[in-house]
Write a protein that binds this ligand. Structure first.
Ligand SMILES: Nc1ncnc2c1ncn2[C@@H]1O[C@H](COP(=O)(O)OP(=O)(O)OP(=O)(O)O)[C@@H](O)[C@H]1O
Ligand SMILES: [Mg+2]
Length: 344
């Protein structure tokens, strides 16, 4: 079902994205692949479909379940859980690793004590067979304890020919920061990667997506509504799916659907900026209300705050918003987010 709101798993439910799936397949001999794109563009869906179709055993780690400033213990628990849920794919690889215990469907790994196995050692063991290690939303691995996983990826990159890492990220700037490819102090300094970028659907593809989704659900929807939805949701497949799903479950008012989408986006913006300066929210609001240049953004923030701000502070604000993949060149990457930012 195209309008199923969960990330897709099967190719039959995935619309388009042939090119991206082929690109991942072709580049699977590389040690490090990135799958990037803004929120709701379909990263998890493409990753799931790719992994399920690939004949290669894989582990899928969902970094969203890590809390900010996670501990080493949290990291190991996440890896253990990920290994457990990938057990059917990877049993043959894991069963010979002495310091990993397989208890029924669960994996136990120790992060200290005599049975301790470091992540680098774990990857060395996994390397006995061809394996994909996929991390969804890998920028969330940033934090005071990220060195452990970064060292392990760097070590594996250099020594383990059988392992390919696929990292997704909706905040591409933060993902590059996490990897630190250009940072001399990062263990991954100077390594190369291949990046597959997921772009929004063009108008024609968005239209075909909605038409196919409605026809699959046996709904006849006026062309006018489809065209309006194509304009409002701007090629972002997650919003198009959300619209289709709401519509078939009875909410037949596009403005109402949009309102809910905006409120979801609002809480996501607040969440993304949590723990950072409130100036980021002020800047987003200014941009949403029309500040479309460096100087107009500066005067808008200054007028809201009632004080002058330095050039370097403003540059940092802009960079942070770009790293969060909220804006580029003073405009929002998602129209719904632009609407939501007016209300933050
Ligand atoms: N190619 C596609 N065909 C059909 N539905 C899709 C496609 N790509 C994504 N979707 C739908 O769009 C929504 C968002 O997809 P998904 O969660 O994969 O995106 P994402 O980029 O991982 O989002 P996030 O950044 O929030 O993690 C889901 O409802 C999913 O089912
Ligand atoms: Mg996702």
């Amino acid at each position: 079902m195209l309008f199923d709101e969960r990330p897709k798993v099967n190719r039959s439910d995935l619309f388009d994205r042939e090119r991206e799936l082929n690109e991942l397949k072709e580049k699977l001999d590389k040690p490090l692949l990135l799958l990037t794109g803004i929120r709701r563009i379909g990263k998890t869906s493409v990753l799931n479909v790719f992994l399920n179709e690939s004949k290669t055993p894989f582990i899928l780690i969902d970094a969203r379940s890590l809390k900010r400033n996670y501990s080493v213990e949290d990291l190991y628990k996440l890896i253990a859980r990920s290994l457990s849920s990938s057990l059917s794919n990877i049993y043959e690889v894991l069963k010979n690793i002495k310091r990993i215990k397989i208890l029924g469907n669960e994996i136990e790994i120790a992060w200290r004590g005599k049975d301790y196995v470091s992540l680098s050692e774990l990857f060395d063991e996994l390397n006995s067979k061809r394996v994909i290690v996929a991390v969804d939303e890998a920028q969330l691995l940033r934090g005071p304890n990220s060195i452990e996983i970064k060292n392990a990826i760097a070590h594996s990159y250099d020594y383990n020919r059988n392992i390919t890492f696929i990292l997704t990220g909706s905040e591409a700037g933060l993902l590059y920061q996490f990897l630190g490819i250009k940072d001399q102090n990062s263990p991954l300094f100077g390594r190369s990667y291949h990046e597959v970028k997921l772009e929004r659907f063009d108008k024609e593809t968005s239209k075909r997506f909605l038409e196919k989704g409605f026809s699959e659900a046996n709904f006849n929807v006026e062309q006018k509504i489809i065209d309006e939805a194509v304009d409002e949701f701007d090629g972002i497949v997650g919003w198009l799916t959300y619209f289709g799903s709401r519509w078939i479950s009875g909410l037949r008012d596009i403005n109402e659907v949009k309102k809910i989408a905006i409120s979801i986006a609002k809480s996501e913006i607040i969440n993304a900026c949590r723990g950072r300066s409130t100036r980021l929210l002020t800047a987003l609001k200014c941009i949403a209300k029309g500040s479309d240049s460096w100087s107009s953004l500066r005067s808008c923030i200054e007028s809201v705050e009632g004080r002058t701000i330095s050039s370097s502070v403003l540059d940092n604000v802009i960079r942070s918003l770009e790293d969060l993949s909220l804006i580029k060149a003073y405009s929002f990457l998602d129209k719904i987010y632009a609407e939501a930012a007016k209300e933050v």
